[in-house]
Design a protein around this ligand. Structure first.
Ligand code: BEZ
Ligand code: FE
Length: 288
């Protein structure tokens, strides 16, 4: 305790107020926040006007949030914090499919479809066939596993970003694996797209000279009984932003060649126009 709070004793004095914190985790986290926040202020030495600007920025982030928009998650995403938290909480054996960020465009209820369904309801884009298998870490196929997928279209838009223009539930589907662990669906090649730039986070990214784009990807959640679910993406090789994802979600093991197939017989078998893109995804789940 002190009645003389100074630049020199400020950190120690604030920390001392947590000495009797009854919740050890709250104590640990609060003390870390105080230490790191004070270190930041001591390093940057903001002017009073700059500190007000920072507080106004956080206020705007909060005010931008509503039922469908979560600007605080976006803030965590663009500083690489979401990916770091995900990595810390999903340490897995090397053979397991790696996880990455969920993102804001997942819907709890993707429509359940039989294998082979075309999830592209909007009628444009380059045809894509996605085949895959869900296995355990020994490569044993898992039947009756679920694969929930969602993606942007060829212009980089999710259905929920263009209501009325793009059909509801466009480019979303929930598939169930066959006896041999396989699943497949028809879709279109996704494009890279920017995170929203009409809010404080996007504006901050642009003001920093960073680009706002995510490389083209297909989101998926793989689930099977007795196994840990995995939330991840498939990334399209050679995307211009594959090495500079604005939210730091890319992992080498998740990047795939999307092959352009020029084969009218296979195109007819899959029920797509020729030529078409094809990608295969093995999802390896850890037992729980
Ligand atoms: C997404 O991939 O859907 C996404 C992830 C983080 C921020 C914005 C979008
Ligand atoms: Fe996405």
């Amino acid at each position: 305790m002190t009645r003389n709070f100074t630049e020199e004793n400020a950190t120690a004095e604030v920390l001392s107020r947590y000495a009797d914190c009854p919740d050890p985790r709250l104590k640990e986290v609060s003390e870390a926040i105080v230490r790191h926040l004070h270190a930041l202020i001591r390093e940057v030495e903001p002017t009073t006007a700059e500190w007000m600007q920072a507080l106004e920025f956080l206020t705007e982030v909060g005010q931008k949030c509503d039922d469908v928009r979560q600007e605080f998650i976006l803030l965590s995403d663009v500083f690489g914090v979401s990916t770091l938290v995900d990595a810390i909480n999903n340490r897995k054996p090397a053979e397991a499919t790696e996880s990455t960020v969920l993102g804001p465009f997942h819907m709890v209820e993707s429509p359940a479809y039989p294998n082979g369904e075309n999830v592209a309801r909007h009628g444009s884009g380059a045809p894509l066939v996605v085949t895959g298998t869900v296995t355990d870490l020994d490569g044993k196929p898992l039947r009756q596993a679920k694969v929930d997928i969602w993606q942007a279209n060829e212009d980089g838009f999710y259905d929920v970003q263009k209501p009325g223009e793009l059909p509801d539930l466009n480019l979303r589907g929930l598939f169930t694996t066959e006896e041999d662990g396989s699943f497949w669906f028809r879709s279109v090649l996704p494009s890279y797209y920017p995170i929203p730039t009409d809010g404080p986070v996007g504006k901050m990214v642009l003001a920093s000279g960073r680009h706002p784009n995510r490389p083209a990807h297909i989101h998926f959640i793989g689930m099977a009984e007795g196994h840990e679910p995995i939330t991840s993406h498939l990334f399209v090789e050679n995307d211009p932003y594959i090495e500079s994802d604005v939210v730091f979600g890319v992992k080498e093991s998740l990047v795939r060649e999307f092959d352009l197939v020029d084969d009218p017989v296979r195109a007819a078998e899959y029920g797509v126009a020729n030529p078409f893109y094809h990608v295969h995804n093995t999802i390896s789940l850890v037992k729980n």
